[in-house]
Design a protein around this ligand. Sequence first.
Ligand SMILES: [Fe+2]
Length: 379
Amino acid sequence: MTEADVRSGQAAGAGGGELAGGGELAGGGELAGESELAELYRAFAAEHLSPLWTQTGDLMPPHPRSRAAAHVWRWKALYALAERAGGLVPVGRGGERRAIALANPSLGGRPWATPTLWAAIQYLGPGEVAPEHRHSQHAFRFVLEGEGVWTVVDGDPVAMRRGDLLVTAGWQLHGHHNDSDRPMAWLDGLDVPFAQQVESGFFEAGADGVTDRSTPERSRSERLWGHPGLVPLSRLGPQRSTPLAAYRWHHSDAALAEQLALEDEGRPGVIEPGHAAVRFSNPTTGGDVMATLRAELHRLRPGTTTAPVREVGSACWQVFQGEAVAVLDGREVALSEGDCFVTPSWVALQLHTAVGADLFRFADTPVLEALGLDRREVG
Ligand SMILES: [Fe+2]
């Protein structure tokens, strides 16, 4: 039996593994007898103990090694299946939502896009109503196509249209109703897996319908908060989640277009050549819209290649329009409108587009930043 056998527990059949670095053997470096060691490891197991020196490098790897793999979901397939579900599965109390989650195959069949992020396509047919409820998990909706649905957030009806980001912060009552004669589908993003891992979830049902079926052009939230650079004096002070329920496409589109126009004029603004980007922000803090979720839009000019970026934490992307190629740790994936993909922690992402593309992105970075665990590497 070698010293390595002792440290790795192989004498007791405890499995191999990398050596713990540089430590002295228990007993002042003298090798214990094989039977005594075997007995020691059996005693550890009986007391539900696990000695550090038998662990593999998984406990403290040199850099994050996500158990999640990068994965792509095709919008065409997502939409077609959501449409089929629309004809077969009713929306109502209990199931709550006709939402179909992106289940990353590397995460054991759980409805998790990444270890911290939930993403789903939600589908609501003409005249249908998704009943009100609230949960401590933060949520948003991002609309790829269609209109005609209002999401009612704490009694405030908010119109949903293509390109809009609609925010439902944790514990806000919300339901949806489709006032049109056409179905509508959108992307839901939540921190459900994170809440499951830290066991923080609460849920409560609300009205079986929605409390306000009116269909205003602008929500009360937007009338109060939706004016660039202006905050109402009646609501001064930081709020943990954004009080603005809707971020409209015409604002996002103009912000991205102006960054590229400034680049054309030789002025600063873009994040790198050909790459405009904006983050959705909480007007009371300038920070992220919710404590656990970051949301951004990126626009790439035709012919742009971004620098490779890796970050601690995971992100989910959706191509809003155009086409692009994502290079994920060297693996190329061609993307079309609506396609969703995820970047697990510390997986490098580079984007290239021949024809130009707009991409929506959401990530768990605010959690990591709050804990001082964020790290980012470009190039
Ligand atoms: Fe919900």
